[in-house]
Design a protein around this ligand. Structure first.
Ligand code: ADP
Ligand code: MG
Length: 233
């Protein structure tokens, strides 16, 4: 029996109502094991981000089941979902989502603050995460003063600070030049290798997808065989 971190069973998700209704996911099932790196690929609008948001408990499916570490998300209350997400998941998004006027350290320790961790421990763990990303010398800088690559490293430090079991990354290198993007990729795969952190990466970068253990190809809200997805792209 493999050690599954995420199990999705026939996930459906629609946006809008009536004639304006759009079925973004039409029955997607998948299983992701602990320590795996999985790419979710497909052309724009195929439902990648929608799927990732559901897997990461940022949104709920209309139909279908999601199990996180064996727990059925539908049976969990909002507070439990929030705690699970904060404890088990780290997020790396293309648009950074850093608080511009806060310091780099303040941004990185935000998940710990939300979790109620005391200030002293927050600072220790935040600085350790920044050291791991070679950003500790920027701890007191404002987040806006960082370069694009430094911002994304700060986002990874923030994703790491809670010691997550899964890092969800949505187009993590989409706003970066190829050299800086390569550095960010290397960091993510290093975390996967050395700490066993499961990676779920949404991307339309085929080279990045190929670095993952496995690729899930989406087309019009359904998983398809790779050759079909390639035809659509
Ligand atoms: P991808 O990440 O693969 O580009 P998304 O999951 O973001 O695809 O979107 C899938 C489809 O759902 C797209 O056609 C998009 O326009 C639509 N969609 C996504 N979010 C919303 C929303 N909040 N309201 C309405 N339609 C949405
Ligand atoms: Mg997307």
């Amino acid at each position: 029996m493999p050690d599954l971190v995420l199990e999705a069973e026939s996930i459906h998700k629609s946006y809008g109502h009536g004639a304006g209704r759009f079925d973004a996911l039409k029955g997607v099932s998948l299983r992701i094991g602990r320590g795996e790196s999985v790419a979710i690929v497909g052309k724009s609008g195929s439902g990648k981000s929608t799927l990732m948001h559901i897997l990461a408990l940022l949104d709920a499916p209309d139909q279908g089941a999601l199990l996180v570490e064996g727990a059925d998300a539908a049976t969990l209350g909002a507070a439990e979902i929030h705690r699970l997400r904060n404890r088990d998941f780290g997020f790396v998004f293309q648009q950074f989502f850093l608080v511009p006027d806060a310091s780099v350290l303040e941004n990185v320790v935000l998940p710990l603050k939300i979790a109620g961790v005391g200030k002293r421990e927050r600072t220790e763990r935040g600085m350790a995460a920044l050291r791991a990303l070679e950003l500790d010398d920027k701890a007191r800088n404002r987040a806006t003063d960082l370069s694009g690559g430094q911002k994304q490293r700060a986002v990874i430090a923030r994703a790491l600070v809670g010691e997550p079991t899964v890092i969800f990354a949505d187009e993590p290198t989409g706003n970066l030049d190829s050299v800086t993007g390569g550095v960010v990729e290397d960091i993510l795969f290093e975390l996967n290798r050395t700490k066993g952190i499961t990676l779920v990466i949404v991307t339309h970068d085929l080279e990045l997808a190929a670095r993952c253990d496995r690729q899930i190809h989406l087309r019009d809200g359904l998983e398809v065989a790779p050759e079909l997805e390639a035809v659509a792209a």
